[in-house]
Ligand binder design. Structure first.
Ligand SMILES: Cc1cc2nc3c(=O)[nH]c(=O)nc-3n(C[C@H](O)[C@H](O)[C@H](O)COP(=O)(O)O)c2cc1C
Length: 335
């Protein structure tokens, strides 16, 4: 009852906020464009690239590097990124004898934490499971072959999505005020914005959905997803950054949803019902597959199927469109 009341009162605030045109502009394009934002926040100029993260250079680019150097560095970063993307695949068997250094894990986690989140709310936690005892306890929560992956991999990252992100708002306001100097007008709207997109309560959600759908023909209104979808979306982006950072550092990963999340929360003491677990990522070095028997290898080579197979993807034209759904975007390479 208390939560329904607080949801409906925050809904009332949201409604006032949404129908006010100037506020709604703030909601949809947070105040980075405001003239009171610091210059680096206003600028459309990209922040300098740090090719060292991709092992192509030891020093970050200076702001005043000339165009040639920056484009060479961009090409190197693009090539490194391409390699990292193409090297990533879901490893099915990990080499239990190859550890990953703490330094590498920390660097990867530092990069992961740079992933974007809605209103910079950062509604997720990551628990890294490394000790033998905790790996065994986590493995017991996994389904089927995922158990073995947790046991073999030197570490497994458990991503938990925050299902009460409104609680994070005061911390975000303080941080954004002190470290980024965002304008007070924007910071004041944050509790309404976050509770609009990610407030608790099915009833409040139904009202928001009804209201925005009714208003949509008159003016653009935000699409309202469920709290879980909102939080999982933010957390999955972070998990994706984690996997790419691992790949860039020569590590293999296996993202997994085959687990009993309730048991994992208990084992890792992740507060319930505050969080839910969208994804668990085992991480380490893949065990090289034993070479196929000679006859099978010869047959595969004769059929033009030698070497490890990439996971297939739908043809680009079935997935990517230009200007409107169904109009193929031509020229996308199949990688
Ligand atoms: C959300 C999600 C859940 C997944 N769950 C599992 C899983 O439980 N076990 C597993 O072995 N692989 C799992 N995978 C890996 C997929 O099977 C794999 O990504 C897909 O087959 C494409 O292969 P690739 O990752 O090698 O490109 C999952 C991947 C994603 C993104």
């Amino acid at each position: 009852m208390t939560s329904a009341l607080s949801s409906s009162s925050s809904w009332r605030s949201c409604r006032r906020f949404l129908v006010d045109k100037s506020s709604s502009t703030r909601l949809l394009s947070p105040a980075l464009s405001s003239s009171s934002a610091p210059s680096h926040a206003r600028s459309r100029r990209p922040l300098p690239l740090y090719p060292a993260a991709f092992s192509t250079s030891t020093s970050p680019l200076d702001d005043d590097d000339d165009v040639d150097e920056s484009s060479a560095s961009t090409a190197a970063a693009a090539a490194a990124f391409r390699n990292a993307v193409l090297a990533r695949h879901s490893a099915k068997v990990f080499d239990a004898t190859r550890p990953v250094s703490d330094e590498t894990v920390s660097t990867i986690l530092g990069l992961t934490l740079r992933s974007p989140t809605s209103f910079n709310v950062q509604p997720y936690t990551i628990t890294i499971v490394q000790s033998k005892e905790m790996k065994q306890r986590l493995a017991a929560c996994m389904l089927g072959p995922n158990k073995a992956r947790v046991l073999q991999a030197p570490l497994t990252a458990v991503f938990a999505a925050d299902l009460d992100p409104v609680q994070l708002v005061p911390r975000v306001q303080t941080m954004e005020r002190q470290e980024r100097g965002l304008p007070e007008a924007y910071l004041a709207t944050l509790p309404f914005s976050v509770s609009f997109f990610a407030g608790k309560g099915h009833l409040a959600h139904a009202f928001k959905d009804l209201f925005t759908t009714a208003m949509s023909p008159l003016q653009p209104m935000p699409s309202v997803s469920t709290l879980e979808a909102w939080s999982f979306k933010n957390t999955a982006i972070a998990a994706s950054w984690f996997m790419m950072a691992c790949s860039a550092h020569g590590l293999d990963t296996c993202p997994m949803e085959g687990f009993d999340g309730r048991r994992i929360m208990q084992v890792l003491r992740i507060p319930s019902p505050r969080y839910a677990i969208p994804l668990v990522v085992s991480t380490g070095y893949e065990m090289p597959l034993p070479p196929p028997p000679a006859a099978a290898a010869a047959a595969a080579a004769a059929a033009g199927k030698g070497g490890p197979k990439k996971s297939p993807r739908f043809p680009p034209e079935a997935v990517v469109f230009r200007d409107a759904y169904g109009k193929p975007y031509k020229g996308i390479p199949v990688l």
